[in-house]
Design a protein around this ligand. Structure first.
Ligand code: ADP
Ligand code: MG
Length: 258
């Protein structure tokens, strides 16, 4: 079982309950989207899945490859095959993109095999070059300091490059579209589409429908007030675009009243 299974997940931050029973399964090979108004807990879900220490799980479980990952550190989750692209990527002055990627690749290899001596430099350069060409990232980026002075679009593109190098099995993209102009959005989406395959499950978290025009999801979920309240096909995203979130809220109220 290599899908990601989230069961009845309750999460609080600073004693305030944010996620109130999230249920969600993301099989490998499928792209799922979570849409929802600001402040509903979308990023809280992403950070909790990656093991951020500020997010306190009070109930529920998250299974990946048959393991309860909530017991694992963020690093162990990454080694197991989870990848999170952050809404606000950090910059690391003094560390080049190439060094950062090589360190990440080596940490993964070491986790899989403690005897591993690290990827040979030529092999690494070859792989990085291939992925950069595939994702149309300028070769000069390899030598630049990570995210220092990068535009929003460049940061996101380098994140997708990182994803290509680490070959995760589940990738979570939290508001990868925020702050991108239409060209950058298209390039980043093309990158994700290029990496899309039967081995990779993707969770695209977004406030706007726009990115879903480029990364077409198999399933769309709506999150409201810390729960998934509605799931459907790609058309659900278009309905939301047209009718807004009030429409889902009204539907929910009617359902509760009935
Ligand atoms: P979304 O990504 O859907 O916009 P978030 O998960 O970022 O929502 O936030 C959900 C709620 O949790 C919001 O009410 C937000 O104010 C609160 N929250 C998020 N992070 C923190 C934090 N570090 N400390 C306190 N409250 C937080
Ligand atoms: Mg968010």
């Amino acid at each position: 079982m290599s899908e990601l299974i989230i069961k009845n997940l309750h999460v609080q931050i600073e004693n305030q309950l944010i996620l109130k029973g999230v249920n969600l399964t993301i099989p490998r090979g499928e792209v799922h989207a979570i849409m929802g108004p600001n402040g509903t807990g979308k990023s809280t879900l992403a950070y909790t899945l990656m093991g951020h220490p500020s997010y306190d799980v009070t109930e529920g479980e998250v299974l990946f490859k048959g393991k309860d990952i909530l017991k694992l550190s963020a690093e162990e989750r990454s080694h197991l095959g989870l990848f999170l692209a952050f809404q606000y990527p950090v910059s690391i002055p003094g560390v080049t993109v190439a060094n950062f990627l090589r360190t990440a690749v080596n940490a993964h290899r070491k986790a899989a095999d403690p005897e591993d001596k690290g990827i040979p430099i030529l092999e690494f350069r070859k792989q990085m070059k291939e992925k950069m060409e595939l994702l149309k990232v300028d070769a000069a980026f390899a030598g630049r300091y990570l995210n220092e002075g990068f535009s929003g679009g460049e940061k996101k593109r380098v994140e997708i490059l990182q994803m290509a190098m680490l070959k995760p099995e589940i990738a979570i993209l939290d508001e990868t579209d925020s702050g991108l102009d239409i060209d950058a959005l298209r390039i980043v989406s093309e990158g994700v589409n290029t990496l899309r395959n039967s081995e990779l499950g993707v969770l695209v978290i977004t406030h706007y429908q726009r990115i879903l025009n480029y990364i077409r999801p198999d399933v769309v979920h709506v999150m409201m007030d810390g729960r998934i309240v509605e799931s459907g096909g790609p058309d659900l995203a278009l309905d939301l675009e047209e009718h807004g979130y009030t429409w889902v809220r009204e539907k929910l109220e009617n359902r509760e009243a009935a």
